[in-house]
Design a protein around this ligand. Structure first.
Ligand SMILES: [Zn+2]
Length: 162
């Protein structure tokens, strides 16, 4: 599932934008809001840091779930997101793992969903991501039948299983 996207392609950014679903856009909005709060001085070296973080978002019948690689989504972003989505009643849950780890946002979110729901409940849900999934994340999402829009096949380091 999902479409392959080559990150080395000169058209990468426009292609990535084309493939984005609403859930991907939600993840991208949260990433941008979070980055703006955390990084006060916007210079070239700090602007590049946004590439290192990733946000995953999943709508379930109970509400919207969010996770970030950096585990740093806070109430200001959640409040701002409610404004953006024009939905002040929406239940929004943020995944916070107890230990400092290097688990990708997708896997943190998958881990949390599996502790709240059965595998049957989450089959067919869509996970929005602020950038295309890596291969190991993609394989885990496929295993549980979770949909996502795009993936790449560049090598990743420090990948951690959910
Ligand atoms: Zn990944």
């Amino acid at each position: 599932m999902g479409r392959f996207i080559n990150r080395k392609d000169p058209d990468y950014h426009s292609r990535a934008l084309e493939l984005k679903t609403d859930a991907d856009l939600v993840a991208s909005i949260v990433l941008a809001l979070n980055f703006t709060r955390r990084i006060k001085s916007q210079v070239k070296s700090t602007q590049g840091l946004i590439q290192n973080d990733c946000v995953a978002a999943c709508f379930t019948p109970e509400g919207l779930w969010l996770a970030a690689n950096s585990q740093s989504i806070r109430e200001p972003e959640v409040a701002h997101l409610r404004e953006e989505l024009c939905d002040h009643e929406m239940d929004i849950y943020t995944v916070v793992n107890g230990k400092k780890n290097v688990m990708h946002a997708e896997m943190q979110l998958l881990h949390e969903l599996l502790s709240e729901y059965t595998a049957d409940d989450i089959r067919g849900l869509e996970m929005g991501v602020s950038k295309p999934c890596c291969t190991p994340c993609r394989e885990e999402l496929d295993k549980f039948g979770i949909r996502y829009s795009a993936y790449h096949n560049d090598k990743v380091v420090n990948w951690q299983k959910p």
